[in-house]
Design a protein around this ligand. Sequence first.
Ligand SMILES: [Fe+2]
Ligand SMILES: [Fe+2]
Length: 186
Amino acid sequence: MATDVITLITRDHRKVETLFERLKKKEGDPRATVAELHALLTAHARAEEDRVYPGIDAHHEVEEHKEAEVLLDALVRAEPGTAEFEEALGKLVEAVNHHVEEEEGELLPKLASQTDAKELERLGAAFQKRRDEELTALTGGAGPRSSADGEATKAELYKQAQQADIPGRSQMDKEELEEALRKAGS
Ligand SMILES: [Fe+2]
Ligand SMILES: [Fe+2]
């Protein structure tokens, strides 16, 4: 169901905050939550950059996405339960919250003021399509929530393969990643 781009972007922001809370309160499996966060943040940022930012001046926001990507990467690499993980989480939360505040406080109101309702709906559909394509690619088509059901997504397996430094991992499909990880004993 189509809706306007402001609503869709804001909805993702709230979802990201929910995942941050889950990590801060140490609820559930932190690896699964980090994988879900990684997929959502990455897909959201790509869709903004490709479908929303080009219509407005958003150089500063693109820079912030790059910074967040580096911090997200550090969180993915960190071992849950360690001081390193907590530090990486703290830095990412701070950077993303700041970015979200700017987006919702400045960028989105500016977009809303210079765009009519029909165009906001059109942008919403384009944003969502791009975001969902990216999410599917990152999660192997299973959707970000499958991680909560106990079965690892391709993104999670890929993260584990990165940590285990498995050669050729970027060319592997889900089954090959599982096999390689089994052999590596992780
Ligand atoms: Fe955003
Ligand atoms: Fe953004």
